[in-house]
Write a protein that binds this ligand. Sequence first.
Ligand SMILES: [Zn+2]
Length: 392
Amino acid sequence: MQRFSANYVFPVTGNPIRNGIVEVDENGLIKAIIDPGSAPVELANTEFHNGIIIPGFVNAHCHTELSHLKGKTAKDRGMAEFVKQVKQLRGENTGAAENDTAFALADMYRQGTSAVADICNSSVSFEAKNKSPIRFYNLIEVLGLDPTRKEMIWERAQILQLIAEANGQNPVSIVPHSTYTLSKELWDLLQNEFSNQKLISIHFAESKDDIEFSTSNSGQLASVFTSWGLPINSIPAGTPIDIVKTYIPTTAKVLFIHNTYLTEYQLNEVKQHFPNAYFCFCPQSNLYIENRLPNIPDFLSHSEYLTIGTDSYASSESLSMLEQIQIISDNFPLVGFSQILQWATLNGARALGFENELGSIEIGKKPGLVLVSPFDFANMKTLSNSKARRLV
Ligand SMILES: [Zn+2]
């Protein structure tokens, strides 16, 4: 049995506990949470830290298989240019991709990440994930504008799903990449699969370019796809919201990723149609590609359904969840740390279906314990030099 204490413990499901103590067994299972304010406690064998103790993070959107692209793409060029760069770079050096994924996972774990919703376009990340203590939800992503290739794309996704399932106990879903990269025919194939999926994720309203392309088959993405010889009229007609409403069942649990250009009106429309919708912010990636953030105050009436992801090293300088929290906190100072912390932990766990074990410091859970230090106790928020480090 080990005991950990800090200036505050943030259980997430309750108020912060001053000088709280968390008792865990050798497997990290929480056995007791002690509030010294309410009862005198025996402090022997307690490891005290300056800072705060929080549960392990749940990263609701990442592509760990792109970890070899760290520092290789140009910043702030918009989505069309980003898509071009990733297509050119992603196939390079698969051996390095496997090694870099393993390094990235080790780093994410050290910095407090306990679970990840991870996009897979290949099996590059599977071996590293199998060896990692992090829990994953594998999201096998399909995309393709050429309708004649739909069967091949679909079969490839099903094979990847089988390989992912054979590689461990992590849940797996086959999911659409976005509203602008699947032909109608591919959507039709996928639609039949949606009723079997526990979770669907989709990149959504991420950039001006993708909304323009979904809505009118024009703009810079149309030029890029045409230059690759792809048909640009093969995607379903309509706005991004029309497309998801047409193909994804209203009862599905859907993780909408990015939402950078979603207005409050559109958000309410999406939430009304999909009561189980969750929304994921990846602020560092949005700044990298578009130099813009979602207008987070517009989302606060759906706070229970907000989550945070890091996206990949192709569009982010780090996979640190704490850095995402700091970007949100710096840009929207009226949003409190406790609220953002819930997005980065418990809400992500709920979105992934991992909430019985992860996401909050509660007896019987095994969320991992993370120290954040230093911490601004006067304002109860992180500081620009705050770091997250795993204790358990
Ligand atoms: Zn992504």
